[in-house]
Design a binder for this molecule. Structure first.
Ligand code: NAD
Length: 415
């Protein structure tokens, strides 16, 4: 049963299907079904109570045909190599969809960051930077935050990296604090990109955002900025959730107030006037736009059968299993795939890298305009591929990405 496919296997299903559809030489699939390099290390950390704990850490370069690998660092309990490989590959495809001069990479630590004190977290992060100092680099592999990491963690990483290498190269890590060379607009970029991609799709598919009902799984970085952008465009954000549960209000929630409540109490649960539901129930409430923005594999076949929306914009990476995709297609639900919908973050990370290398910084307006241009172009590029092959948007996105990566690999003589 493909429902039991791991994230790595599930992304390979999409890649293989697309390579066959495009009639590409078998070497393309052969190369991209093997991550180029993987570094795994064990990090022994002195805990505050004097004991030592060992944390497994990894960094993966999936494919660097189009440029240095780029992708986040995730701190997550239960983090495993298979999922990290899938996330690295998705970065290869995502970076190619939005036409950034990058390959794909990913990394992380098997840790629950909330279970550590701030000092322990800093020690662990600095140990990661030392262990991977030769595996990352401004022209080699450029990390950024992901689930469980943030700008502070990027700052500790970069400080340790500078010490190890003896060079101040701020472009080695993106989504840094502004005072360390971060870009304006980076924090909001992924959610804003979800909105730009959805807005383009809304015009083509005739589902106006103004007055629409939006349900969002997750209430972290991506979910929050997707919520505020849809809200500002006149949509009703009717449901949001976090790992503890979900909330629903048919009249529409105020995204800013919900975030204030979450910051104060640790969860969206208990938000005044809203009906409470399970974390996953927000995926099946009746709405126009559904935005899964938590973790991978949220939309299984069973969930997809109950989904009641017109369009899905994938804020999370890999939220939809292949079998669920089949169900959604049969139900006529348009899915804006993750490798386009959530590419706004890496796009502004790219802008940050460019600004760091130039030593010249842009205004928020410039960043926003360029982000909009990239997202709009990417959406229409992938739609053109979907139309060319008469396939759903996801396959169109893979066709666009794989075609670009294959072309680079051909020039390099890899295939
Ligand atoms: P985050 O840590 O800020 O937020 C994650 C949210 O998901 C939290 O609200 C958490 O409570 C919630 N969550 C976790 N498990 C859940 C569950 N079972 N049900 C409901 N909610 C659950 O992370 P983020 O940066 O917002 O990332 C979310 C997703 O978007 C991830 O898949 C990530 O890989 C992807 N993504 C993030 C970015 C970025 O720039 N941050 C860019 C591209 C893709």
């Amino acid at each position: 049963m493909s429902e039991k496919l791991s994230p790595w296997e599930s992304q390979l299903v999409n890649v293989k299907k697309t390579c066959d559809l495009m009639g590409l030489e078998p070497a393309v699939y052969e190369v991209v079904s093997h991550p180029k390099a993987i570094l795994k290390v064990a990090l022994p950390i002195r805990m505050d109570d004097g004991s030592v704990e060992v944390f497994d850490a990894v960094r993966i370069h999936h494919n660097d045909a189009r440029g240095p690998t780029k992708g986040g660092i995730r701190y997550h309990k239960g983090l495993n190599l298979d999922t990290e490989m899938a996330l690295a590959a998705w970065m290869t495809w995502k970076n190619a969809v939005v036409n950034l001069p990058y390959g794909g990479g990913k990394g992380g630590i098997d840790v629950d960051p909330k279970a550590l004190s701030k000092v322990e977290l800093e020690r662990l992060t600095r140990a990661y930077a030392v262990a991977f100092a030769n595996f990352i680099g401004v022209d080699l592999d450029v990390p950024a935050p992901d689930v469980g990491t943030n700008a502070q963690i990027m700052a500790w990483l970069i400080d340790e990296y500078y010490k190890v290498t003896g060079k101040i190269t701020p472009g080695v890590i993106t989504a840094k604090p502004l005072s360390l060379g971060g870009s304006v607009g980076r924090t909001a970029a992924t959610g804003r990109g979800v909105y730009f991609a959805s807005r383009e799709a809304s015009k083509l598919y005739g589902i106006p955002i103004k007055g629409s009902d939006v349900s969002i799984q997750g209430y972290g970085n991506v979910a929050y900025y997707a919520a505020t952008n849809f809200h500002d465009a006149g949509a009703n954000v009717v449901a949001v959730s976090d790992s503890k549960g979900g909330i629903y209000d048919a009249k529409g929630l105020d995204p800013v107030k919900v975030m204030e409540h979450k910051r104060e109490t640790g969860s969206v649960l208990g938000y005044p006037g809203a009906k409470e539901m399970g974390s996953a129930d927000v995926l099946t409430v009746k709405c126009d736009y559904l935005i899964p923005a938590a973790l991978q594999n949220a939309l299984t076949k069973e969930v997809a059968e109950k989904v009641d929306c017109k369009m899905i914009a994938e804020g999370a990476n890999g939220p939809t299993l292949p079998e669920a995709d089949v169900v959604l297609n049969e139900k006529g639900i348009t899915v804006i795939p993750d490798i386009c919908a959530n590419a706004g973050g890496v796009t502004v990370s790219y802008f940050e890298w460019v600004q760091n290398r130039q030593g010249y910084y842009w205004t928020e307006e410039e960043v926003d305009q360029r982000l909009e241009r990239v997202m709009v172009t990417a959406f229409h590029d992938l739609k053109a591929q979907a139309d060319k092959y008469d396939v759903p948007l996801r396959t169109g996105a893979y066709a666009l990405a794989i075609g670009r990566v294959a072309e680079a690999m051909r020039f390099l003589g890899w295939i």
